[in-house]
Design a protein around this ligand. Structure first.
Ligand SMILES: [Zn+2]
Length: 97
């Protein structure tokens, strides 16, 4: 674990980075690398759960567990599948390669 503690006047700023997935927590709040506030359960679904990193520091990550109410690759793939189907429908179904 890479942990950097810096004194900023009387405040302590902590930045913790997961050595496996690169996820960053600042003062205990997870942020995506876009700088947006993150969500540990979504992070687990989209990043940590894919490889089941043994030493992932995400406190919400459970091996083999998917948080069903959060975004998942399956949901994202479903959206893409729907788009592809719409395109296929638009092209007609009697077309062969
Ligand atoms: Zn991680």
């Amino acid at each position: 674990m890479i942990s950097v503690e810096k004194e900023v006047s009387d405040l302590t700023f902590s930045r913790v980075e997961c050595p496996k997935c690169g996820a960053v927590w600042m003062n205990g709040q997870h942020y995506w690398n876009t700088g947006q506030k993150g969500d540990e359960e979504t992070l687990s679904n989209l990043v940590c759960g894919i490889k089941n990193f043994k030493d992932c520091i995400n406190p919400k990550h459970k091996e083999g567990h998917i948080y069903g109410d959060k975004d998942t690759w399956e949901k994202r793939a479903g959206k893409i599948k729907k788009i592809v189907e719409d395109i296929d429908d638009a092209q007609g179904t009697d077309y062969q390669i």
